[in-house]
Design a protein around this ligand. Structure first.
Ligand code: HPA
Length: 272
């Protein structure tokens, strides 16, 4: 992450705080088909187009808008590596949320189920991740603001995802899965051989996002909670070919359950 880029994003965040009067403590990034989660909150909406430092999102199912009120800031629309975005741009949403004042971050995504105990429609609490993207968002000079490092050069990643968040999620919805998320670049889905390899590596679900954001948030000292909506059996485990439409459709169908869970977690994390 370049110091100049993060300074520009923080500057844009400060402008948004000034115009809206909001300095929320909790941030959220919504994945494929989950943008309706943002509608539960009474918020001021700022289209990404009005935040010129952000890149423009391109993928179907991703609306590019920041929802913000005094408690929460929600990035509806994220930036993926497969779209051709640079690592800096991929984590720009996290920088924006941190710049707005967020100390905690909830990341959601759509993922393919690798664990044979998972079915489409299941929700998995992300317990840990495997970065299979081939880059780390912290590569390059350690960014500084006013001569001070934003975080450690070699930040610890032994506990990326908050165990308290996971425990609370389990308490709120008795039927959740828990496991390891592996991030791949996409945009092609995996081959069955890759899925067998990822299974042997210890992955329970596979997707094309979240890991850079979680790494960057931890680097910035934020607490992170993660949820994956399992939208399909990973390649070779189901009988069907994989289609993006299916990912978006399952997202829509499971939105109510996800909404209820996220609402409970938001209430709890705002008070904690
Ligand atoms: N693989 C990668 N990313 C995904 C999948 C998948 O099977 N489903 C949803 N996002």
């Amino acid at each position: 992450m370049k110091s100049e880029f993060i300074a520009d994003v923080y500057h844009a965040a400060a402008e948004i705080s000034k115009t809206t009067g909001y300095r929320p403590k909790l941030g959220m990034i919504l994945g494929s088909g989950l943008s309706s989660l943002a509608e539960s909150y009474e918020c001021t909406k700022v289209p990404y187009g009005d935040i010129p430092v952000l890149p423009k999102p391109t993928v179907e199912g991703h609306r590019g808008e920041l929802y913000i009120n005094e408690d929460i800031a929600i990035c509806s629309g994220r930036f993926h590596y497969y779209e051709g975005h640079s690592p800096d741009n991929v984590v720009s949403t996290v920088a924006l949320l941190k710049g707005l004042g967020c100390e905690r971050l909830i990341v959601t995504n759509a993922a393919g189920g690798i664990n044979t105990g998972f079915s489409p429609g299941d929700i998995m609490i992300i317990e840990d991740h495997i970065n299979h993207l081939g880059f780390n968002p912290l590569m390059g000079p350690n960014p500084q603001i006013d001569g001070t490092d934003l975080g450690a050069r070699f930040p610890d990643m032994s506990r990326v995802y908050s165990p308290a968040f996971a425990a609370k999620a389990q308490e709120l919805d008795g039927d959740l899965k828990q496991g390891v998320y592996i991030a791949v670049t996409g945009p092609s889905y995996e081959t069955p051989a890759e899925i067998r390899a990822f299974s042997a590596m210890g992955a329970d679900a596979v997707g094309m996002s979240t890991v850079p954001e979680a790494i960057f948030a931890r680097y910035l000292g934020m607490e992170v909670g993660g949820l994956s909506l399992i939208t399909n059996f990973a390649a070779g485990l189901g009988h069907e070919e994989l289609h993006h439409d299916e990912v978006v459709e399952i997202g829509r169908k499971a939105a109510d359950r996800m909404k209820k869970l996220v609402a409970g977690l938001v209430d709890w994390w705002l008070k904690e």
